[in-house]
Design a protein around this ligand. Structure first.
Ligand SMILES: *Cc1c(COP(=O)(O)O)cnc(C)c1O
Length: 341
């Protein structure tokens, strides 16, 4: 086991998140026993996987004497919401560099003359309520991190001490949050006496998956993590996961992690990031109607669609235990209600 306790860390959640058995969903699908890790119930505003990453990232920012955070993402970015929430908790300034969203038809939804997206809802509403120190919306496809770095330079010239957090908080430091989650999961499996055959999780900027893979490897666990890509083909996503796993392993002085531990399936994201698919809609409705659990349309809805398809393909045995990571994102559901109408 890696000892993460020696690293600087802030705490935003009280204790482990719940691991719940989804009995009615498992029965309905007639497949393996499905369990859910409730990382949608992590701390900071409305929870989600970025909270774990931010415990390490914000501690690093504070250790460097930062007084200002700068980060980037879409106008419905969960990562931006949680970074801003952490900034409020810590008394830091927070600036958001945003990318305009695409509508269900794949066409960009441009910001209005005031630089706001047309729909004041979902995560963007929360940026307003949480009082982001600035937001700027750029055309879809812009180099957000280049602009965030430039903005940090401008803030520095004004006497601030900014700390730039990458998109999704997915660098080595952020991924440590999911090394920690892997340890938390293994302790929960041991406590329940659960023999887990697979962990299924959405894979985006890959920090969550890389942390899980590195953390399981560090603990000597061979449980595979099946990533369900939310924006890239298998060919494009897996090198991203592998690179970050290698960086985390090197940072923690772990033995090399075999390449085939980094699996990211590209069959479920449809035509692009955040664009709805019929299977996502089915999955969101199924989790809601069998278990009363809300998923989000961008990440967990598509990952659950992947899980459901793998079950239907017979990928798991009926007595397998499969753990699905609920990584949050539900505030974004309301901004994309049209997909369900
Ligand atoms: C960011 C995010 C993910 C993806 O995590 P990565 O570390 O970027 O791969 C999954 N689910 C939700 C709700 C997210 O906000």
């Amino acid at each position: 086991m890696v000892d993460l306790n020696t690293l600087p860390r802030r705490r935003y959640t009280n204790g482990p998140t719940a691991l719940e058995h989804l009995e009615r969903l498992s029965t309905q699908l007639g497949g393996p026993q499905i369990w859910i890790k409730r990382d949608d119930q992590l701390g900071l505003t409305q929870g989600g996987n970025k909270t774990r990453k931010l415990e390490f990232l914000i501690a690093d920012a504070l250790a460097q004497g930062a007084d200002t955070l700068v980060t980037a993402g879409g106008v419905q970015s969960n990562h931006c919401r949680l970074t801003l929430s952490a900034a409020r908790r810590e008394g830091l300034e927070c600036h958001l560099v945003l990318e305009e969203d695409l509508g269900s038809d794949g066409a960009p939804i441009p910001a209005d003359a005031g630089g706001n997206p047309p729909e004041h809802t979902g995560n963007f509403l929360l940026f307003d309520l949480l009082g982001a120190d600035s937001t700027e919306v750029h055309p879809n496809g812009s180099d957000l991190i280049a602009r965030a770095t430039e903005l940090a330079g401008e803030l520095e010239a004004q006497g601030r001490n900014p700390y730039v957090i990458p998109v999704g908080g997915s660098n080595v430091i952020g991924a440590l949050g999911y090394v920690d989650c892997a340890q938390e999961l293994l302790a929960q499996f041991a406590e329940v006496g659960l023999d887990v055959s697979s962990i299924v999780a959405p894979s985006g900027s890959a920090g969550m998956q890389a942390g899980l893979v590195a953390g399981l490897h560090a603990a000597g666990s061979l449980i595979p993590v099946v990533g369900i890509n939310v924006s890239r083909t298998q060919e494009d996503q897996e090198p991203k996961i592998v690179n970050l796993v290698d960086e985390v392993a090197s940072f923690l002085h772990l033995p090399l992690v075999p390449r085939d531990r980094s699996l990211g399936l590209g069959d479920y994201f449809g035509t692009g990031y955040a664009l709805p698919t019929p299977e996502m809609v089915e999955a969101v409705r199924l989790f809601a109607q069998t278990q009363g659990i809300l998923l989000d349309p961008v990440y967990t809805g598509k990952a659950a669609a992947g899980l459901i398809d793998l079950v239907r393909q017979g990928r798991f045995e009926s007595d397998d235990n499969v753990v699905f990571i609920h990584s949050g994102g539900v505030p974004g559901l309301y901004a994309r209600a049209g997909a369900f109408a």
